[in-house]
Each structure stands twice: as C-alpha cells, then as structure tokens.
Design a protein around this ligand. Structure first.
Ligand SMILES: Nc1nc2c(c(=O)[nH]1)N[C@H]1C(S)=C(S)[C@@H](COP(=O)(O)OP(=O)(O)OC[C@H]3O[C@@H](n4cnc5c(=O)[nH]c(N)nc54)[C@H](O)[C@@H]3O)O[C@H]1N2
Ligand SMILES: Nc1nc2c(c(=O)[nH]1)N[C@H]1C(S)=C(S)[C@@H](COP(=O)(O)OP(=O)(O)OC[C@H]3O[C@@H](n4cnc5c(=O)[nH]c(N)nc54)[C@H](O)[C@@H]3O)O[C@H]1N2
Ligand code: SF4
Ligand SMILES: [Mo]
Length: 745
C-alpha cells in the first residue's frame, strides 16, 4: 500500500453472499479520494477474502457518470435536474391530493431487490408502507422466493424461518434449481460456494445437481440430472413416496416435534416414482436411488432455490424440499439443513419460542384478479392490471424503491403502457434513469453504496454460519445528498400530511420511541437514552443487537453485543457454526413442525391431476451470469466487457429441428409477443429447453444507460406471462413457459 493509500473495510451490498471487501483509496490529482483497488478482505470472519467481479465493479458503480446524483422532475415530458426541496415540493403538490380523492389504496408501492441489500432502505420501506396505509404493496419477492417463505412459514411458523445447508459439516447435498457458482447463493448466504463444495468433496462428500441445464454448479458436482422445467414437485413427491414405501423414514431428533406424518403419507400416495418419472423426466430407479442416498447420508440435505420457486408448483416444491429433510432426520441436524440465529432483526429469536401465532395468507384479495395477499403483498404480476383496469380502487400513483419492473417482471411492456397511459403520478427512488424510472414524474436518487454504513439486516438470517458485521462509509456523501432512509422518511411525512418540510429527524425519533414503548413499556425511556448516540438505521440496529440473542440486554449481560462492539471488530464477529434450534425456533400454533398443512395438501391434488400433462415441444428457462446482476449492472464497463452474455442457449438437436444456426438471430415467441435473440448452441441444455438470462433489453427510449445501451440484449420477460402464477404464493411463473422459436432471416 502506498503511503497515500487508505484501506477501508466494506461489506459488499450487491448479492446475498455479503462478502467483506478491502477497498483502498488515494487522493487523485484534484485532491479528491478515489478507489484505487478492491479485493476480498482476508480478515473477514465470514467470507475470508472471497469476492467476485461485481465486488470489484463497485468502483465503476461509484464513478459511473450515468449514476444519478441529483433529483429529476419531469416537466413537459422531459427530465430537468432539481434541488431536493423542489423534488419533495413537487411530490407534496401531487401525491396527497390523489390520496385524498381516491383513497390510500390508490398509491401502489413496488419494492425491488436492492432494497433488501441496504439497511437504510430495508428498515425504512417498512415505515413507508405504514405511512402510506396502502394495501397495494408489491415486491420482487413474488418474482423470486415467496413460495419458500410461504412453505417455511406454514411449516415452522414464520416467514423468515428458512433452513439452509450446513455445508461445512455436510457430506451429501442435493441441489435443485440453484446455481451458486453464478449467483453466489440465494436464501443461503454462502460466500465462496466453490471452495466449500471443493472441501466437501475432498472430505468424501457428494453433490448432486438437478437442473434443466448442466450449469456451472453441475460442472463442479458429482452428478447432474436433467429435470423437466416446472416438474420438480413430481420428482420431490416421488422421493417422499419412496421414503415411505421403502421404509426409510427416520425422524431422529425431530420425533417429538413433528405433526401429521400419516396425512403426509396418504397425500403422496399418487406419486410413486414409477408414476412421476415421465412427468419430471427422471427415471424411477434414479428417483428411488436419490431418496435412498439422502436417507443413508450421515449428514446431508436437499436445497432448492429459484428454479424450484418460479414455477406453478413453487410452494409445493419448496415444501417438499423441507419434508425430505425432516423425513431423513436432516432438518435441524449438523451437516443438514439448519436454522441460522441472527444477531439482529430476526422474528424467530424473540421471546420464549417453541410456539406462536403461525402465519396466514389471504387476509384480503387484490382488486382485479382477486389474488390473495401473501406476507402483506399482492403478486408483482398484478401491478399492471391494478393500474390499467378502470374502476373503484384503481391505482393512480406508484412509488418504486430500487425496482425495475419494466424489465424484471413478466410482460413489462403492459406495465410501461399502463404507467404511461393511465397512471397519474410516479416517484422512483433509484440510482439510475433506467427502463422503469424513465417513466417517473420525480426521481429521487439514492447514494452510492460506498457512501453509506452497512449491516446486513436480512442475510444473517440465511447465513451458513452465524456472524455480526458492520462496515462504515468509505466516502463522505455530498453534503446535500440525503441518505435514503431520510428520503423515505420524507415520503412518509408527505403521505401523513406533515408536509415536505417536516423535521424528519424528529419524525425518526418519534417512530423509534413508539417502537421502543411497545416492547419495553416502563423501561422505554431508559432504553432510548442508552441508544441515543446513534440515529437512523444505526439506532435501530443498536436496539436490535442489544435486545437480540447475543445482545448485552442493555447492560444486563455485559459480555453481550452492542453496535459499538460490532463496529470496533473490523472484519466482523464470528458467532459460530449453526446450532440445532428445534423446538425453540418454532412459532407454529401447535408448537410442532407442520408436515402437512391443509393448504399444501389441497394443492398437491392439483399436482396429482396434472401428472399426465403432455410435455411442450420447447420451454424457456432463465439463467444468471457472474458478471451480471438482474437488470441493473450492465452499465459498468468492467462487467459489460467480454463476450455477449444475453444469448439463448439451445441444444444442437433442437437447433437442427428448428433450423437455427449457432451465433445467428432467432425469434422466441409466446402468442403475439416476440423477442429477437442471439442463438448459442449448447449441449449443456436439456433437449426441449432454451435458456435465456433475464434483466436485458436496454433499448427503450428515455433511459440513460450509455454502456448498457451499446449491447442491449433481449428482454426474456417480454415473452413471459404476467398472469401465470403459483396460486398459493402469487409467485410469477418464470420458468418452463412454453414458447416457439424460429430463425430470423
Ligand atoms: N424472467 C425472469 N425474471 C426475473 C427473474 C428471473 O430469474 N427470471 N428473477 C427475479 C428476481 S429473483 C428478482 S430479485 C427480480 C429483481 O428485479 P428488481 O427488484 O426490479 O431488481 P433489479 O432488476 O436488480 O433492479 C434494481 C433497481 O434498483 C436500482 N438500485 C440499485 N442500487 C440501488 C440503491 O442503492 N438504491 C436505490 N434506490 N436503487 C438502487 C437499480 O438502478 C435498478 O433500477 O427480478 C426478477 N425477474
Ligand atoms: N451474478 C448474479 N448473481 C445473482 C443474481 C444475478 O442476477 N447475477 N441475482 C441474485 C438474485 S436476485 C437471486 S434471487 C439469486 C438466485 O440464485 P439462484 O437460485 O442460484 O439462481 P440461478 O443462478 O438463476 O440458478 C437457477 C437455476 O435453476 C435452473 N432452473 C430453471 N428452471 C428450473 C426448474 O424448473 N427446475 C430446476 N430444478 N431448475 C431450474 C436454471 O437452469 C438455473 O441453473 O441470485 C442472486 N445472485
Ligand atoms: S459474490 Fe460478488 S457481488 Fe456477491 S457479495 Fe461477494 S463480491 Fe459482492
Ligand atoms: Mo432475487
């Protein structure tokens, strides 16, 4: 390190791996500090020096001239730069009158993926939902993991009680619909999956990957099996059936903590391996062998991710993954699927535990499709119809936070049209003028991630090991650029009639005081005094850490955690390997693991009735690439360079049948909608399946993404259907959708 250089520790906010980075900065010719290098922080107790190219690209993101630094207001169809006061004044002029005239539900909120990766956004979108008082809340969760949240909630009693593989002590891992070699893990915070998989295999462990593409993860596994897209439920039910049929059920430690096993046995009766083999594309002997291998494994588990969620039986598939873990004694056991114990913000660590209210869905329905509310949200696929269907309760205003649904949700064109033609007012809290925010009336830019402090509020609840880590800002933000939590609070103030000039710090104080009074009663004032050295998200974090399972209990346990201690421990504090948590983690009304929730058994009959469905000639699935992140990192030169990544992978036998040439253009159609793609032959594809990444299609007018626009790619979601959903969770079906494909001459 040169003597001009300073080293900073920063947790990467870009994906769920949450790697600790070492970012070096030095003054440039103009005296301003710049990033000189980014590498993995070797002293990080959780990621131990791992990083991927996106982490390095944080420099490009920080310096990107297209990244917004000033609010924008649309005047006469064109954006003009505005001061923060002007932007909030415009929102105050336009939003409250709509709410008064049309009611609170006339404002919809759409929350995107990065809002979970920034502490200030995650903690304050919750405030915004409350302040708006709208039921029209939508998020990327119903394009992603809602099925897993629902099945976990039904089985274990809370939406975020999700079991993750204890990979460091495992010797058998069956993975479905996940490609952590590209994604770096999801609903499983596991930096350096490659290293951990390698270590597992070196110990004699075995990894089996089930995927319609021989993915990068399949390449490092011991075995890969093609599955028909959307048919995991049949494979998994076939395995459950085989365990019962062959007498391999062994509950182990869970014996006393499981309910309804006989109902489960009866429900899977139609799914004998021989009955499901054709539907899922895996032969009966292999299904039975997989069940036996799982049962025989000393320490192991099944893990399913996005491929098992973004399908019409997403909740069933997610449930059966955990059912298999329970029936083989691998749930909550070392080396199996275990429940992390997060130091802060986790709902399954408070109180005595072992019993609770459980979860419910459908407390209300969406206006147009009557889709049930799930975890306080309606399906993202319903957003467009709520805007473009005229009638009482129609959505008139939209606020998006870190969300690009025009590209990331199915049939974004309908949403864009609805926004342009029907919506009266739109605010985007975003850092780019992209395919969605270009349609806004006001854009409020977030700061660069390097300008904010960071603690992952969500991901320690999903981590392969327990830990607590904080990182301070690398750069000071420009004085007039508010942190996003304050931006969201100002929106709260406007929505609540306090006006754009409200004192948001006083509002924050009042909201925190309310929270603390609810839980601490007469001790509230003393608790508030103890956390008063922090404000904003840090104050909420201090409260959560100190009252959390490792906390100092506000002085009662002097060795416990406080935010100051976590801040001091650069590189984080390791809180040890995952520990068994049943029954304490459970929050079901019965105090048991619910093996056969009624809602799921009913849906299983739908699957049984669907066993004989014919296989379409061609279906499309998605994929991820290490150098890309959903819809928004295609503008960073470091990631954009190199081979074009938005190609349609086609098996040579399909290509021959369809008359497609390698490298040539082809059209993918679904009904009247079509996209133009570049074909790439790949024998890694299951015949009858084409793979195209999502998040591309950067050729829409009005966006300001200079680099991304040079190679815009095709938008997979333009040919997917916003009305195809898993009926239980409302999750979009993004995988296994039937399409046609032909050459473009
Ligand atoms: N076909 C298909 N579609 C999919 C998927 C798929 O597998 N297949 N995957 C789905 C999944 S899993 C997800 S999570 C969604 C993701 O879809 P979205 O939730 O829409 O997220 P992104 O596409 O990542 O877009 C993120 C937005 O946040 C902005 N942003 C980035 N950082 C910040 C910040 O710090 N502050 C603010 N305010 N804004 C920021 C970006 O500019 C961008 O507009 O896509 C879904 N769509
Ligand atoms: N580099 C990078 N990392 C990311 C992201 C990114 O865009 N880029 N996005 C982040 C987000 S928001 C998320 S949610 C996670 C997702 O993380 P993962 O769940 O690991 O998602 P993918 O990498 O898309 O891998 C999904 C796999 O499922 C397979 N698949 C498709 N359909 C089916 C099916 O019906 N059954 C089965 N068994 N498999 C199927 C696909 O071929 C693919 O290999 O990644 C996160 N990390
Ligand atoms: S894997 Fe890459 S993008 Fe994900 S947290 Fe680590 S460095 Fe960041
Ligand atoms: Mo996601």
């Amino acid at each position: 390190m040169s003597d001009q250089e300073t080293s900073h520790y920063r947790i990467c906010p870009l994906c769920e791996a949450c790697c600790g980075l070492e970012i070096r900065t030095a003054p440039g010719a103009d005296g301003k500090r710049r990033v000189t290098s980014i590498r993995g922080a070797e002293h990080d107790v959780f990621s131990h020096g791992f990083l991927c190219p996106k982490g390095v690209a944080l420099k490009d993101l920080h310096e990107d001239p297209d990244r917004l630094r000033t609010p924008l207001i649309k005047r006469d169809g064109r954006f003009v730069e505005a001061t923060w006061d002007e932007a909030f004044a415009e929102i105050e002029r336009r939003l409250p009158p709509l709410m008064q005239q049309h009611g609170r539900d006339s404002v919809a909120l759409m929350l995107g993926n990065p809002s979970v990766h920034k502490m200030g956004l995650l903690l304050y979108t919750a405030r915004l939902i409350k302040a708006l008082g709208t039921h029209n809340v939508f998020s990327a969760s119903t394009l992603d993991q809602m099925p897993k949240q629902l099945s976990s909630g039904l089985m274990f009693g809370h939406w975020l009680t999700i079991a993750v593989p204890d990979i460091e002590r495992s010797d058998f891992l069956l993975m479905l619909g996940a490609n952590p070699m590209a994604s770096n893990g999801s609903l499983w915070t596991v930096p350096d999956f490659r290293g951990k998989a390698k270590a597992m295999r070196a110990r004699g462990g075995r990894i089996v990957v089930v995927d319609p593409r021989r993915s990068e993860t399949a390449e490092v596994a011991d075995e890969h099996l093609f599955v028909r897209p959307g048919a995991d439920v049949f494979l998994l039910a076939g395995m459950v059936h085989a365990l019962f049929d062959e007498g391999f059920v062994r509950l182990g430690q869970l014996e006393q903590h499981v309910s309804c096993i006989e109902e489960l046995r009866a429900a899977v009766a139609p799914f004998a391996a021989e009955q499901v083999a054709e539907r899922c594309g895996i032969d009966a002997a292999t299904i039975r062998r997989l069940a036996r291998e799982l049962a025989a494994a000393e320490r192991g588990c099944v893990y399913g991710r996005i491929g098992t969620c973004t399908q019409e039986y997403g909740t069933l598939a997610s449930w059966l993954v955990d059912v298999l873990n329970v029936l083989t004694g691998h749930l909550d056991a070392e080396g199996g699927a275990m429940f992390p114990k997060s130091a802060a913000f986790s709902r399954n660590t408070g109180g005595p535990g072992g019993r609770g209210h459980g979860i419910s869905t459908g407390r209300r329905s969406s206006r147009v499709s009557r889709a049930p509310e799930v975890y306080g949200e309606f399906p993202a696929g319903c957003l467009a119809e709520e805007i473009d269907t005229v009638g009482d309760g129609q959505v008139k205003a939209l606020i998006t936070v870190a969300s690009n649904p025009v590209l990331s949700a199915p049939n974004g064109a309908r949403l864009a049209r609805a926004i342009e033609q029907q919506l009266e007012f739109m605010v985007c809290v975003d850092i780019y003028l992209n395919e969605t925010s270009r349609l806004a009336d006001v854009v409020l830019p977030g700061r660069s991630p390097l300008e904010d402090g960071h603690y992952d509020a969500a991901f320690p609840q999903l981590s392969y090991r327990n830990h607590a880590r904080y990182s301070a800002p690398v750069f000071e933000a420009p004085a007039d650029h508010p942190p996003e939590w304050q931006t969201l609070l100002r929106l709260c103030a406007i929505a609540q009639g306090m006006g754009a000039q409200a004192d948001v710090l006083a509002l924050d104080d009042a909201l925190v005081a309310d929270d603390v009074r609810r839980v601490a009663g007469p001790q509230a004032d003393a608790v508030l005094a103890m956390v008063s050295r922090f404000t904003g998200p840090e104050r909420q974090l201090e409260l959560a850490l100190r009252s959390g399972p490792y906390g100092d209990g506000f002085g009662r346990k002097p060795d416990g955690l406080t935010l100051a201690k976590v801040m001091e421990a650069e590189g984080g504090i390791d809180l040890g390997p995952l520990q068994p948590r049943i029954p304490e983690v459970l929050r079901t009304p019965s105090g048991k693991v619910e093996l056969a929730p009624a809602m799921l058994l009913a849906d299983l009959q739908r699957a049984a009735a669907d066993l004989a469905r014919p296989v379409p000639e061609l279906v499309v699935v998605g994929r991820r690439d290490v150098r890309s992140n959903n819809s928004w990192m295609h503008n960073l030169p470091l990631l954009a360079k190199g081979p074009f990544r938005c190609t349609a992978l086609v098996h040579p036998s399909d290509a021959q049948r369809l008359g497609l040439a390698d490298g040539a253009r082809a059209q993918i159609r679904n009904g009247a909608r079509a996209i133009d793609v570049q074909v790439e032959f790949s024998d890694a594809m299951m015949p009858g399946v084409v793979s195209l990444p999502h998040g591309w299609g950067h050729d829409l007018p009005g966006a300001k993404l200079g680099v991304a626009a040079q190679r815009p790619g095709a938008n997979l979601n333009a040919v997917l259907d916003e009305n195809l959903r898993d009926p239980l969770s409302g999750n979009a079906v993004l995988s296994g959708v039937a399409v046609q494909m032909s050459a473009v001459n």
